[in-house]
Design a protein around this ligand. Structure first.
Ligand code: PMP
Length: 431
C-alpha cells in the first residue's frame, strides 16, 4: 500500500522547515506548532499520531466538524461523477441545488426574502461587496463601523475593521468609515444608540452614512455579545435614517449562536447579510451576500471574481443544510451550549481574582482574563495537553471556544476538562 500525505510524511518532518519555505505572515501555527495530517469531527491528528481536540474549528469554518462523513460523501460522489468543479458564475445544477435548499430550509421558514450574491471565496470579499452595494444604492460613501469590529483585511473591509494591528499593515489611509462605540464599549451606563442618534442629527458634521455594518457578536473583538434590545434599537435607528443595516454573520452565522442567523434572537431583518466560513460545510471556501430584492441594484459584472463558482463548495453547503431539517438540531445546540456555559462558569468561579467571567452565546463562548498575558501560556499548556484553542480581543485577553456545532458530548467534555486543567497548571505556576 502506498503512503499518503494523511499517513504522514516520508521520514518525520520538522515544523522548522516551514520557517525556510513559508512566509513570516503565518500566525496560528506559531502557537500550535506541529504538522497535522488527519482530522475527523472535533479531532485533529499530527504526524506523530497525537490527537488534539479542536476548539478552533478553522476559526468557525468547520461548524460541522472535520471531514463530516455526510457532507464528504456528497462531495466524493460529485467528484466521481465528473460534476463541474469550476464555473465562474455560469449556471450549474450544483449551484441551483444549493440556492433551492437555502431558500426552502433557511430563508422561507424564517420568513426571510433575500437574493444570493456569490462572492470570491473569502469572507472579506463578501464584506467588500456588501459595502460597495450599500454605497451604490444610497449614493453615500460613509459607513458606520464599531469599536472592536472585525470585517476582514482587504482594504475596503480593513477600513471597517478596528484592530490596530491589522490597520497598521494597510500602508495607506483607510477611508470612508466612521467609528461608533459598540454596546458597553463606554461602560454600561452610556447609551451608545442614543449617542449614535445624536451624531446622526443635522449639524453634527457627520456625512449621511450609506450603511451601518455590525457583528451581533464581535468574535475576534473579544466575544462581545450585543443585547437583543441594542440590536433592535440599532435596526430602528438605521431604518429611521434611511441607512442600510449590514450584518456581518461570517463568523457567528450558520448556527454558531444557536440559530442559523445570529440576529434571529433579536427578530430583526438586516438589509444585507454577509456569510462565509461554515456555509461551505467542511471548510470549502465559500462566501456570499444576501440582499433584499429591492436593493439588488447591481449591474451585471459590477462585482466579479474568478472563484465565485466553486461547485464543490455548493455541494458541501447543500449537504450541510440538511442538518437544518432535523427537528431537534437547534435544541442540540442549546444543550451543548449550556454544557459549555456551566463548565466555563465553574472555572471562572474558581479564579475570581484572575478571571472576569464567561462571555458568549450558543457555541461561541469564552473566558475573559484581567491580565491579558495569561492567555498565551494557557493556550500553550492546553495544546501540550491535546487541545487547540485560541485567544481573541484587542489584547488577546479572552480565550475563545468554537467547537464544531455537531461535537459529541464526550469530546466536548474532554476539551473542557483539558482547558480547565491547563488553566489550573498555568495559574498555579503563576501564583
Ligand atoms: N468578518 C468576520 C466577522 C470574520 O470573523 C472574518 C474572519 N475572521 C471575516 C469577516 C473575514 O473573513 P476571511 O478571513 O475569510 O476573509
Amino acid at each position: 500500500m502506498s503512503t499518503t500525505l494523511a499517513d504522514g510524511l516520508v521520514g518525520r518532518a520538522s515544523p522548522a522547515e516551514f520557517d525556510e519555505l513559508e512566509s513570516n505572515v503565518r500566525t496560528y501555527c506559531r502557537t500550535f506548532d506541529t504538522i497535522f495530517t488527519r482530522a475527523r469531527g472535533a479531532s485533529m491528528f499530527d504526524q506523530e499520531g497525537r490527537r488534539y481536540v479542536d476548539f478552533l474549528s478553522g476559526a468557525g469554518a468547520l461548524g460541522y466538524g472535520h471531514n463530516n462523513p455526510r457532507i464528504k460523501e456528497a462531495v466524493i460522489e460529485y467528484l466521481r461523477d465528473d460534476g463541474v468543479l469550476h464555473s465562474l458564475d455560469l449556471h450549474t445544477a450544483a449551484k441551483l441545488e444549493f440556492l433551492r435548499k437555502f431558500r426552502d430550509l433557511i430563508l422561507a421558514p424564517r420568513g426571510l426574502d433575500y437574493r444570493v450574491q456569490f462572492c470570491g471565496p473569502t469572507g472579506t470579499d463578501a464584506v467588500e461587496a456588501a459595502l460597495k452595494l450599500a454605497r451604490k444604492v444610497t449614493g453615500q460613501s460613509t459607513v458606520i463601523a464599531f469599536t472592536n469590529a472585525y470585517h476582514g483585511v482587504s482594504l475596503g473591509s480593513l477600513a471597517a475593521t478596528a484592530s490596530a494591528h491589522h490597520r497598521a499593515s494597510a500602508g495607506l489611509a483607510l477611508q470612508s468609515v466612521v467609528r461608533m462605540p459598540f454596546e458597553n464599549y463606554l461602560g454600561p451606563e452610556v447609551d451608545t444608540i442614543a449617542l449614535m442618534r445624536a451624531m446622526l442629527a443635522r449639524g453634527s458634521g457627520l456625512e449621511r452614512p450609506a450603511a451601518i455594518i455590525v457583528e451581533t457578536v464581535q468574535a475576534e473583538g473579544g466575544i462581545n455579545v450585543a443585547s437583543v434590545e441594542w440590536l433592535r434599537r440599532l435596526s430602528d435607528l438605521a431604518a429611521a435614517h434611511g441607512i442600510l443595516l449590514i450584518v456581518d454573520d461570517i463568523q457567528v452565522g450558520c448556527g454558531r449562536t444557536g440559530t442559523f442567523f445570529s440576529f434571529e434572537r433579536a427578530g430583526i431583518k438586516p438589509d444585507i447579510i454577509c456569510l462565509s466560513k461554515a456555509i461551505g460545510g467542511i471548510g470549502m471556501p465559500m462566501s456570499l451576500v444576501l440582499v433584499k430584492p429591492e436593493l439588488d441594484l447591481w449591474s451585471p459584472g459590477d462585482h466579479v471574481g474568478t472563484f465565485r463558482g466553486n461547485n464543490l463548495a455548493f455541494v458541501a453547503a447543500a449537504a450541510a443544510l440538511d442538518y437544518w431539517r432535523e427537528p431537534d438540531f437547534e435544541q442540540q445546540l442549546e444543550r451543548r451550549s449550556l454544557l459549555m456555559r456551566e463548565r466555563l462558569a465553574a472555572v471562572a468561579e474558581r479564579y475570581p481574582d484572575q478571571c472576569e467571567g464567561v462571555r458568549g452565546v450558543g457555541m461561541i463562548q469564552g473566558l475573559s482574563w484581567r491580565d491579558p498575558s495569561l492567555t498565551t501560556p494557557i493556550t500553550r499548556a492546553a495544546f501540550a495537553h491535546g487541545l487547540i484553542v485560541e485567544s481573541c480581543g484587542p489584547n488577546k485577553e479572552v480565550l475563545k471556544l468554537l467547537p464544531p456545532l455537531v461535537i459529541e458530548d464526550e469530546e466536548l467534555e474532554e476539551g473542557l476538562s483539558i482547558l480547565s486543567h491547563a488553566i489550573g497548571t498555568t495559574l498555579d505556576a503563576d501564583g
